[in-house]
Design a protein. Structure first.
Lengths: 396, 378
């Protein structure tokens, strides 16, 4: 019964890939001291359709939605840790963000154009390279139980850069549509309106969910579950309406936090649910990458990565002293901002329905994501350890 | 190392030390920010002094030596403002309170300094459980015998300071039912409790201390965690039972209450302290820790039961002339307010838990109160 076994294989491929990734994550973490997420990425990439061929090609569908939920949970948690009043009290942090993500945009654009890329894809690539992967930094920081200025700044700068990257990316998409279709309306819709509604929906959830919790008067016990359900609902809604689930989840977290209902320590990462979905997220994203694409974009990717790291370190170091830390901690913050991953692929995935079939054209981003999904978390991990902010080995 | 000689200082001068909590405004848990805070604070002159404490989530500040309430309070406020300014730049919240309401002691990190690592190795989990925050008040003494006299004469008043300063009702996430749960952590140490009943410095030095040193149990006065201990190198006695209050105003008031009380003890000659006074000492101390101002203590001489609240109010009337002489009427007004109607900070924190519905809300209020926002108390 060859058909049956093939079908069977397809059905069990994902769960077994997740188990394999989890095992690799634990082994890599224990013996090689690698961040677990790096190992998940390696397994996902190795098993993907283009490589070992174990995992089926997935475009959209339930796996993609689950990946969005996973990323939504991470962005929510990150948003929840963002303290907007810090940015008011210390505007140098916000300035660092503008400088490092703006610099990353400019540097990437320059490199891409120098490599002969056309304007629109180059602009998109530049927009994507602005962001630091919140999944990577949050996971690594939680894994190390790291605490201090480098950790705190990396998390805040990551959230800010994601927000900026989504805004710039959607604007570029809007511009692209204007150029290719010539419709002002659709251009505006795909950029400003989508951004505004996504953030608005997130903010609405941020008001309603804590409000419900307050109504029930059980803030401490039930908040994790309620927020997780909120993120799932918000992701499904924004995804179905073709808005931005990422921006919505971030806005949800930020608004919920400023409503003063607080997650307790035990609920970091959304517990086992969050852990499971993180495995899925990293396997899924790496599985979208085909080695042929990655290889084709490798040289350009290398140059962009180098330029990007240099800009992030330079910007963060430049403003270190005035923003209240040592030069060294400033440089380490810049270094910790290296990861670029998941986010870019998800954004590109989402733009597919607009008719701008970019994922297959932008091979450089594939290579970058592959490299930085595996290496990026290791760099962040090292930066936090060098900064002396990781908990002692025995206590993690 | 023999005991260093008692360095005389001006009688009734004051110095205040406060151990403060460093909390993350993100989740209101303690955060390991001492290094970053100290780095930033070192950039410009600090009013008084600031130094690391046992774990990375604590910081200790101390004032210069003062004789009067107003300048002491002014410096405490200056210290607070400078700390808050640094905290704002680093996204670190500061607050008082004898315990952090829900921190997990096993998550605390020992500050990288040889003495702290030695203590951590010796005391094991006790050292980390010692993530508690106290206010220490130094009172200057012009000779060593005066120091020992004051130390023992104060025994009967010690519960006042516990009850008035109590601000640690919560520990490890639960209501302990104590007003000062912090002192329970201190009692776990083998050399805690009261000082031995010796009234002459020579006898203390050549007798008790020399014998203890010979046992190898102690090396210096630092190894004693007594409720009140002499500090020969400063020429002071140090009262160590107070929880760090939620405001610097309360801290200054407690210090000056002690100052006025010491002046009363030195000038009005109550009956001399006796060894038997200590028969009720631990019981009274428990009452103050457990019930705060609602506690009922036993008078060491008359053996009658006294409401702690009433006893404080009576003492305030008794020492009023000394407060006038020391110009610390404002401080005693604050103490009167606490004892007569507003209650101690443990009570205030419990009320915040009810209002906010979450223990994180309690920390949020503590952070805002320390910033000098009294409206945070809803």
């Amino acid at each position: 019964m060859p058909e049956l076994s093939l079908e069977l294989l397809r059905d069990i491929a994902w769960p077994f890939a997740l188990i394999l990734a989890w095992v690799a994550g634990e082994m890599g973490h224990r013996w090689l001291r690698l961040p677990r997420i790096s190992c998940y990425g390696i397994v996902g990439f190795a098993l993907a359709a283009g490589q070992a061929g174990l995992l089926p090609v997935t475009r959209g569908g339930p796996m993609a939605l689950l990946a969005y939920v996973a990323f939504g949970l991470i962005l929510f948690e990150l948003g929840y840790r963002i303290n907007l009043s810090w940015l008011r009290a210390n505007p140098w942090i916000a300035l660092t963000s503008v400088l490092e993500s703006g610099g990353s945009f400019a540097a990437t654009l320059a490199v891409a154009l120098a490599f002969g890329m056309t304007t629109l894809p180059a602009l998109m690539l530049a927009a994507l390279s602005m962001s630091t992967s919140p999944a990577a930094v949050l996971r690594v920081a939680n894994e190390l139980r790291s605490s201090g200025q480098v950790t705190e700044r990396t998390l805040h700068l990551s959230a800010l850069s994601c927000g900026l990257a989504v805004i710039v990316f959607k604007s570029v998409v809007g511009y692209g549509l204007l150029v290719s279709i010539g419709s002002v309306l659709q251009a505006l819709w795909s950029s400003i309106v989508v951004l505004a509604i996504s953030a608005g929906l997130g903010a609405l959830f941020g008001v309603v969910v804590p409000g419900l919790l307050r109504l029930f008067g059980r803030l401490e016990r039930d908040s994790t579950l309620a927020f997780a359900l909120g993120v799932i609902a918000l992701t499904a809604l924004t995804e179905a309406l073709k808005f931005s689930p990422l921006l919505a989840a971030l806005a949800f977290g930020i608004v919920a936090r400023h409503r003063r209902v607080v997650l307790s320590q035990a609920q970091r990462n959304f517990g086992a649910l969050g852990d499971m979905l993180t495995v899925l997220l990293f396997v899924f994203v790496a599985a979208t990458i085909d080695w042929r694409h990655a290889a084709a974009g490798a040289v350009l990717a290398l140059w962009i990565m180098l330029a990007r790291i240099a800009v992030k370190i330079a910007a963060s170091t430049l403003l270190a002293r005035v923003s209240g830390v040592t030069w060294r901690k400033g440089a380490l913050t810049g270094l910790a901002l290296t990861p670029l991953s998941v986010f870019a692929i998800l954004l590109l995935e989402q733009s597919r329905h607009l008719g701008l079939a970019l994922l297959d054209e932008m091979t450089a981003i594939m290579a970058m994501v592959l490299a930085l999904e595996v290496i990026g978390p290791v760099i962040t991990q090292r930066a936090l350890i060098w900064a002396g902010e990781a908990a002692p080995q025995a206590e993690r | 190392m023999p005991l260093e000689p008692f360095k005389a200082s001006a009688s009734l001068t004051l110095g205040v030390e406060l151990e403060l909590q460093l909390v993350s405004p993100g989740d209101f848990d303690l955060c390991d920010a001492a290094n970053d805070m100290l780095d930033l604070l070192a950039r410009k002159p600090f009013p008084g002094d600031v130094k690391p404490e046992m774990t990375q989530s604590m910081i200790e500040v101390s004032t210069d030596v003062f004789t009067r309430y107003e300048p002491l309070l002014a410096q405490l406020r200056a210290i607070r403002d400078q700390l808050i300014k640094a905290g704002d730049r680093l996204n670190v919240g500061l607050c008082g309170g004898g315990t952090h309401p829900f921190q997990r002691w096993f998550h605390q990190r020992i500050f990288a300094k040889p003495r702290f690592h030695e203590l951590s190795a010796l005391y094991g989990y006790l050292a980390k459980q010692f993530t508690v925050f106290g206010q220490h008040v130094h009172v200057g003494c012009d000779n060593a015998d005066q120091a020992l006299y004051l130390l023992h004469a104060l025994n009967r008043y010690l519960p006042h300071f516990i009850a008035l300063s109590a601000s640690s009702p919560y520990s490890q996430g639960v209501d302990t039912l104590f007003d000062s749960a912090r002192l329970n952590s201190v009692f776990a140490f083998p050399l805690s409790g009261r000082a031995p009943f010796v009234l002459h410095w020579d006898e203390f030095e050549s007798g008790y201390f020399a014998k203890m040193e010979k046992t190898g149990v102690v090396k210096s006065m630092k190894d004693f965690y007594w409720d009140i201990r002499p500090k020969p190198e400063y020429g002071t006695i140090e009262l160590r039972v107070c929880d760090t209050p939620l405001t610097v105003e309360r801290a200054a008031a407690l210090a000056c209450y002690l100052q006025a009380l010491c002046r009363h003890l030195l000038e009005d000659h109550e009956s001399a302290p006796a060894e038997d006074d200590y028969l009720v000492y631990n019981y009274n101390r428990f009452q103050a820790c457990r019930f705060g101002l609602e506690g009922v203590i036993v008078h060491p001489r008359s053996h009658e039961s006294l409401s702690l609240r009433e006893d404080i109010l009576a003492t305030l009337r008794l020492i009023d002339p000394h407060a006038q002489a020391l110009e610390c009427g404002g401080a005693l007004e604050e103490i009167h307010r606490v004892a007569a109607y507003s209650g101690n900070h443990a009570w205030a924190l419990r009320r915040q838990r009810e209002v906010h519905g979450s223990i994180e809300g309690v920390v949020d209020t503590a952070v805002r109160l320390f910033r000098g926002e009294p409206e945070a108390l809803v």
